[in-house]
Design a binder for this molecule. Structure first.
Ligand code: GLN
Length: 285
């Protein structure tokens, strides 16, 4: 079987199983396997030049295994083990939420408020994508990242090691293991109301960690807890910045104002939807 035939067979296989973006995912799976074999020179142009080459039994088996997984709705990124975020390749597995492009808006808001040598706390760090990209992008930033899940922290630690990003990881329930005072607390906490999880696409609902999605009854549980407790860990003049679900802007703003935050503002994502709420703690309560 040639590379071209393998790709076409893969496309058809995923289309028959009604996988979203079947053709694209068939290509990404093949590209991933070819990259692991031939290195970074593999891209679409390389593939078109070499499409009449035999795929070979070993690569064909690997490709078939990838297609079979994707055919049961396992997210592409859990199969390839990678998702890019802020231009950085992050290692992912099913212990962590796959980094989303929407979350780059949150990172960009933090960057606007950042100054050299500042201290950042990333609450619910997951893959570590927020803390790690900020440490890479803001010179001299010092970061602590917290998560309840030891398995998520192992994944985040692996990402920090690969990116040579110096981060202090702590394991605990929200602020339980956090010490110190921070200039910015950033968080993309679980925010889907429990009852809505069943309506999500299978890729998310069946394979991403439920604890990274579930914001309890009204989806706001973690915003309430983090907002309440953050004043104990923010310096005066410090910022609290959240990613939110697109319908939560008003409610999260209200929570923050009630807790004494000023300059509360909602920022939109590239689709024009509310995506970030931020506020400043001018004076400690
Ligand atoms: N902070 C991580 C991210 O943005 C994980 C978020 C989560 O698990 N809810 O991807």
């Amino acid at each position: 079987m040639t590379l071209w035939e393998a790709l076409k067979t893969g496309e058809k296989y995923l289309e028959e199983r009604e996988i979203p973006d079947a053709a694209l995912d068939a290509w990404y799976l093949l590209e991933d396997i070819l990259k692991k074999e031939h290195g970074e020179k593999v891209n679409r142009a390389w593939f078109l030049m070499n499409r009449q080459e035999e795929i070979g039994e070993r690569l064909h088996t690997a490709y078939t295994q990838g297609l079979e997984q994707r055919g049961t709705h396992v997210p592409l990124q859990y199969i390839t083990g990678e998702q890019e975020f802020m231009g950085i390749p992050f290692f992912v597995n099913n212990k962590v939420l796959i980094p989303r492009q929407d979350t780059e808006i949150l990172v960009e808001e933090v960057m606007k408020a950042a100054h050299p040598g500042m201290k950042l706390l990333d609450m619910c760090t997951g893959s570590g994508c927020i803390a790690i990209s900020l440490v890479k992008l803001v010179p001299g930033m010092k970061a602590v990242a917290s998560d309840l899940s030891g398995e998520a922290l192992e994944t985040a630690g692996e990402n920090a090691r690969r990116q040579e990003a110096e981060i202090t990881f702590v394991q605990g329930n929200l602020f339980e293991s956090v010490k110190g005072q921070f200039d910015i607390i950033v968080s993309n906490p679980p925010y889907i109301p429990s009852a809505e999880i069943e309506e999500l696409m299978e890729e998310v609902r069946l394979f991403e960690p439920r604890t990274a999605l579930d914001g309890r009854e009204d989806g706001l549980y973690f915003y309430r807890k983090i907002t309440e407790e953050s004043s104990g860990y923010l310096k005066e003049g410090g910022w609290l910045m959240f990613e939110i679900g697109c319908s939560q802007g008003e409610q999260v703003s209200e929570l923050m104002r009630n807790a004494g935050f000023s300059h509360v503002a909602v920022c939109k994502d590239l689709a024009g939807l509310d995506r970030v709420v931020k506020g400043r703690l001018e004076r400690k309560p």
